[in-house]
Design a protein around this ligand. Structure first.
Ligand code: NGO
Length: 481
């Protein structure tokens, strides 16, 4: 029996027999997140709490072969021992997720449940196809608090995602406290889609999210969406608005109606101050500046805006990330990543094709493949459908390298926009069962075979049940039993 691993590893050999985890099975490994995570996971579901031992039967070590790279690992399970090797702590952490999936579904239980706890004997050598494997949560349309963001991270971790992109600002709300501009959240954070009170992350809240992500080897990519999608900012400070008058807070779901005062020097002073604070709060290498759907901004103004704004981000030592429209900026700073989001059936816009041909790395999030806010089908209650319905198979069966031929693909990201989502159960409903497929697209070697994938995915529903995830979509595409 082939174990139901998602994402499928690079190379897997199954041997006869199994390792049996018992009350005496100690874990040993370097003092790091991977060792702590595994120890806590095993203890939580099995109730076993053996004292740590330098010669545990499960041994993690940092002596993996060099060709494993940054996130690769080698996992050998025999009847007597589990050996996990990597070059880095990150590699060990990814390998721990594989070991987790080799254990019975009950390992996901938040409280101790009875065993037995067999692990099939295997040899696995694994490393990712793409270095950028992201999930995005829109906390602007509806605010999601620290606990909800942590839960979102928990959903992505078993599937080896390594980027947490937070869409922190939009017309409906500004969600990150900026000490130099307290009204951004004090006023601009008090609205959201519909009637709710909005909300925001204090600096301490945000630090907690960054630390939680880091403990799960995920990098936080903060997004400040500019120069459109900025009504909440303008509603907070009149000088940011082209007319110098604060507009009302916005609670609808239209896009493309707002624009910062792109001609005023004070706008760039503002952005400099915001970026300085965001950069210090999010220590990762990236700063996402949005750039999408600036429909009120002329092409000339957009180019001028980006020419002034992008260096403000790089001044902070950050690599710029922006939605694909930013390909129209006259000069993209070295290293800039563009995020492809339009559906794959649309022609690739000329500036984007041009940027790609110059080697600008692309993050692939085409809406008709990777947008987790799309409805599963016409009957879905939650979600939008502007890019078409997005079934489980359609989000799985695609090749990120075929979307813009010849492009340098940094990886894949699955955005979850929250116009229609208000609770963590809503989030779970949109994530599962599509998220694991996108993880496989991002991690596993091409090509993808739906018929070998669907039984593995079906097996994972037992894990979600064991974890107490109740609202995942019962997709007919997964078939019976
Ligand atoms: C678009 C738009 C977002 C919407 C989303 C909904 C991008 C990059 N801009 O994607 O503002 O929330 O669609 O699917």
């Amino acid at each position: 029996m082939i174990p139901a691993l998602i994402p499928a590893p690079h190379a897997l050999t199954v041997h006869d027999g199994s390792f049996e985890l018992t009350a005496d099975t100690a874990v040993s490994g370097p003092e790091c997140h991977a060792t702590r995570f595994l120890t806590a996971l095993l203890r939580r579901a099995t109730g076993y709490a053996p004292p740590p031992s330098p010669e545990g039967a499960i041994v993690l070590s940092l002596d993996g072969p060099a060709d494993l790279g940054e996130e690769g690992y080698r996992l050998d399970v025999s009847a007597g021992a589990v050996r996990l090797r990597a070059r880095t702590e990150e590699g060990l952490f990814r390998g721990v997720q594989t070991l987790r999936q080799l254990l019975p579904a009950g390992i996901e239980s938040p409280v101790p449940v009875p065993g037995p706890w067999p692990v099939p004997c295997v040899s696995i050598t694994d490393k990712p196809r793409f270095r950028w494997r992201g999930v995005m949560l829109d906390v602007a349309r509806h605010f999601f608090d620290v606990a909800a963001v942590k839960r979102f991270v928990d959903r992505a971790v078993p599937y080896k995602f390594n980027v947490l992109h937070l869409h922190l600002t939009d017309d409906q709300g500004w969600r990150l406290e900026i000490a130099s501009h307290p009204r951004l959240t004090g006023h601009g954070g008090t609205s959201q889609v519909g009637e709710g009170p909005g909300g925001h992350f204090s600096r301490a809240d945000f630090a907690e999210i960054v630390a939680y992500a880091a403990a799960h080897h995920m990098t936080v990519v903060p997004e400040i969406d500019l120069p459109g999608h900025t009504q909440a900012a303008m509603a907070s400070y009149p000088h940011l608005a082209p007319e110098g008058v604060t507009p009302e807070l916005y609670r609808g779901i239209d896009v493309g109606f707002s624009q910062l005062a792109v001609h005023k020097p004070t706008t760039y002073d503002f952005l400099d101050e915001v970026f300085t604070e965001v950069a210090s709060l999010a220590p990762g290498p990236y700063l996402h500046v949005g750039g999408d759907e600036a429909l009120q901004t002329t092409a000339e103004d957009y180019a001028a805006f980006m020419t002034r704004t992008l260096p403000l981000a790089t001044r902070q030592g950050k690599t710029v990330v922006a939605w694909q429209e930013a390909a129209a900026a006259p000069a993209l700073p070295e290293g800039t990543h563009l995020q492809y989001w339009r559906p794959t059936h649309e022609p690739v816009p000329a500036p984007l094709a041009d940027a790609a041909s110059r080697g600008v790395p692309l993050i692939m999030s085409p809406a008709n493949r990777a947008y987790l806010d799309m409805k599963y089908d016409e009957t879905s209650e939650l979600g939008l459908i502007w890019a078409g319905a997005l079934g489980v198979r359609q989000s799985y069966e695609w090749d990120p390298e075929a979307v813009v031929p010849g492009a340098r693909v940094a990886g894949v990201e699955a955005p979850l926009w929250s116009e229609t989502l208000t609770t963590s159960d809503d989030i779970d409903h949109m994530l599962y069962p599509r998220l694991p497929g996108l993880a496989e697209v991002a991690w596993s070697p091409a090509p993808k075979d739906w018929s070998s994938y669907v039984p593995r995915l079906r097996a994972h529903t037992l894990r979600w049940d064991a974890a107490g995830i109740t609202s995942y979509h019962r997709s007919p595409e997964l078939g019976e039993g």
